[in-house]
Design a protein around this ligand. Sequence first.
Ligand code: ATP
Length: 306
Amino acid sequence: MDIVIELRQLTKRYGGTTAVDDLTCTIEPGHVTGFLGPNGAGKSTTLRLILGLHEPSGGTVTVDGVRFRDHARGLRHVGALLDANDVHAGRSATAHLTALAVSNRIPRRRVAEVLAEVGLSAAARRRVGGYSLGMKQRLGIAAALLGDPPVLLFDEPFNGLDPEGVRWVRELFGRLAAQGRTVFVSSHLMSEMEHTADRLVVIGRGRLIAEERLADFAARSANPRVTVRTSAPTALAAALVGAGGAVDTDSTGTLTVTGLAAERIGELAAVRGIAVHELYTRTSSLEEAFMRLTADSVEYQAGEER
Ligand SMILES: Nc1ncnc2c1ncn2[C@@H]1O[C@H](COP(=O)(O)OP(=O)(O)OP(=O)(O)O)[C@@H](O)[C@H]1O
């Protein structure tokens, strides 16, 4: 185990489109790393480059220091779920996984093991064409786990899962990372990653926007704002600005303050004998912070003329 994925100045162009643009980042073992970006940011292309399914236009990507295609161990080295619908509809789950096991020289007993792990044992002999999207996601995850690989890549694995399925996937990813595996999971929703990943790689228009621990991202982007209602907004606003705060006053006289904590605001009001009727702190949700971070790189925005 202990396998690192390294992207160095990785670039992929399709004609005039640069899908991945000079991307440098490292995905560490023992963690679930969330790979976030708006639609069209280049996540799927990056995962395909890691797997050697596409050739980079520039830069390098290595798994354990070696390009994926130079690894002889295939599915036993890196397991991936790229597209849950990419399964022969007429086959059963068992037949699909058995074919994969045979072509990758994986013991056949793994088929029943992974089907049990993803909760599909009872449906294993049914045609995959009759599966719901959530069941297909589970089958795709089973295929990724088949070779017991130290590296796992998942492209939008939460699509189509019900809340129970989402919780199950979160726990599974956490377990896989705790075993020392390198788990890299793409999503365009921070809400999906918030309780799933402990590290983040954020991209927009193919470029790296952030690479950090989720906890650091949360702390950095909490952006606390204090709302204050008072009978003397003008006097209090002047005092708060004097103490280094930034103050916004709306038409009702309610103040929104940044740069000062609620305790300090309360004390400043008290020493001036100003009555405070309401005082509360609001922090940005991670989803809001993510949307602010990627706002400039969203390909299509509602109401926007292009
Ligand atoms: N085979 C291809 N030929 C031409 N352009 C492509 C190809 N694959 C991807 N692109 C373009 O590259 C950009 C990145 O696409 P990609 O699918 O990697 O993004 P993504 O972040 O996975 O988005 P989504 O969440 O919508 O799947 C997009 O502008 C897309 O249109």
